[in-house]
Design a protein around this ligand. Sequence first.
Ligand code: FRU
Length: 473
Amino acid sequence: MNALSRLWKQLIEKELKQEETEKTRWRPKLHIAPPAGWLNDPNGLCQYQGVYHAFYQFSPFQPEGGLKFWGHCTSRDLLHWTFEGVPLMPDQQEDCHGTYSGSAVAEEGEMYLYYTGNVKETGDYDFINTGRRSYTMLAVSKDGREIETKEVLMTKCDYPSDLTCHVRDPKVWKQEGIYYMVQGARTKEDKGIALLYSSEDKRHWQLLGRFEPEEEFGYMWECPDIYELEGRTVLCISPQGVEEQGLKYANVYQSVTCFIEGDFRKGAQVREFRELDGGFDFYAPQTFLADDGRRIQIAWMGMPDAEEFYVNPTVEDGWQHIMTIPRELSIRHGVLCQNPVRELTEWWNCSHSFEGYFEGKVESCCAFELNTAGEGLQILLAGGLRLSYSPEEKIFWMEFTDSALGAGRTLRGREVDKLERLRLLIDVSGAEVFLNEGEDVFSTRFYPKEDAFTIRIEAPNSKGTYSYHLEEA
Ligand code: FRU
């Protein structure tokens, strides 16, 4: 630890102590949230010595975002998370303007944390083609809490010359004895792409190829991820600059996946992207492989640069943003599906069933499941968040009819051919809707008044369950 990181540590400890009292309003019970300040992308997700670790982009001093550190939390069940501190700090020449997003490889008693060191030069630059440096960095830790060493692995001259200064977010994984890294980038022609590298020793990297869109798809790709799932190779990217198309790509930025045909090691031209989420708050998803073989994804349940459209009133309480619930990935009908981790179903210890109709006050952290037999439904949550589907129209809608409840969020919709099953997870100020075993998902924040946890469900001929958790007395 150098003098700068010691200073950061003191300032952060002071900041977090001061914030301790308020913050109960709208704090989720099961979702990762920062103790104070701002959270964005999940980083370094892994299961290490049996424990789940999640790091995240963290600005401890400003709920509106600022200089980026890595916050750290751990969990044994993917539902209850303990804040562990701020291990990765901007304390080097090569990361002084932010320890940006990255990933973890956990093996042989060490955690290898790969990230981007962000540096902005002083002067009149556009910070796209000039004035910015993006270093590929490696920090090694034994426990995720203290960093032992930091190394620079790549600088500008190691990246292809047709790229701008925007190269970042290394995702590293091991496959058949070789390490692979994928990084997001923006070319000088303003095209989003991803770079693929390989290494035998985790430190020396060779460029293997690149993933490029067959047809232009945004000017920059952030936070890429590549993983094997049920015999297929999935590429996940968060592109910026994709134009809205009917109901598609309605948010400021997107998160999409596509399947890579053939051997990913050669890079590829990719197409047929599918949005991972149809709601308002979902960005920069990352995955990891759990010890039991599950591929688990966590995303930032927020949206960058959305302030002119919608906000999060938790800023008044000194904090902003949460993660999605960890989701298990699978493939069904050729589509990538996301469902809450099975630990969630085991967590509920009370449940009531109903048929066709439900109305009343509910717990602020609870879940609903509906088997609809293909018919329509209408759900009204907290008096102003409407979820609806009709088999004639074949569009699932998420609509805020109360503008305070949505804090500016309005309407999102997605074509859904047939609605057979719906799961709704409510956690104080976050709602996630999973349709047809997770083939379509909608995530949003919402801000109800304290006593406004009511729900009305009209779903003719459906069978439903309402579940929640009661602490034993
Ligand atoms: C995505 C992103 C990443 C970057 C990080 C900085 O939200 O812009 O590309 O590493 O956030 O916080």
